[in-house]
Write a protein that binds this ligand. Sequence first.
Ligand code: PGA
Length: 221
Amino acid sequence: MSGKQIYIIGNWKSNKNSQEVKDWFHAIKNIKSDHEIVVCPSFIHLPLAKILCTTLNLPLKIGAQDVSPYSIGAYTGEVAAEQLKEMVEYVIIGHSERRKNFKEDDNILFEKVKRATEAGLKPIFCVPDENTSVPEETHLIAYEPVWAIGTGKSDTPENANTVIGKIKQKYPGKIVIYGGSVTSKNISLFISMENIDGVLPGKASLDAMEFSQMISVVSQI
Ligand code: PGA
């Protein structure tokens, strides 16, 4: 376990106004970490999050929650990877909420990963199981069983470890993390598992104290 680089990637989804974003960053301003800590606010808050991260000198990276499958150009309402590149290092692609509510299929998701990697972004590609296809360029894979997302009922660390082991066999060399009702209470169980490289908390990442607590648990392992 020692020496393993752990990823904690907070997905804020469609939450927080600008004041709440400021409050969150100020509340975590004393965190310290040698691990890879990423927070993914809504598009509109990315510039603010980036400024706060820099001015408060936080050991934190910024990610987006989605990206256009198209390049820059006449695509009303979309945010292109080339634009995002100014603000973020990571981008979540294929979250189950996008697959379900916005009918995003493999064709679109694979295009998004292409656009992201061409622009130099690191895609975090979400899959609900070990059978879902993953594009070769993906930097990081997040195993997120749909029934565990936002339900307060996480997968067992043992099962998550088994599924992630299968994903790693299929896609050797990839970083693979677990998401679905991760909190400061159960995070250590997941990251102690051999195959699990980190976690993707949603709801628990919204609360600055809870997020700091997760970072502190990880630094003690
Ligand atoms: P949750 O969300 O932690 O609120 O279950 C996880 C996710 O959707 O990535």
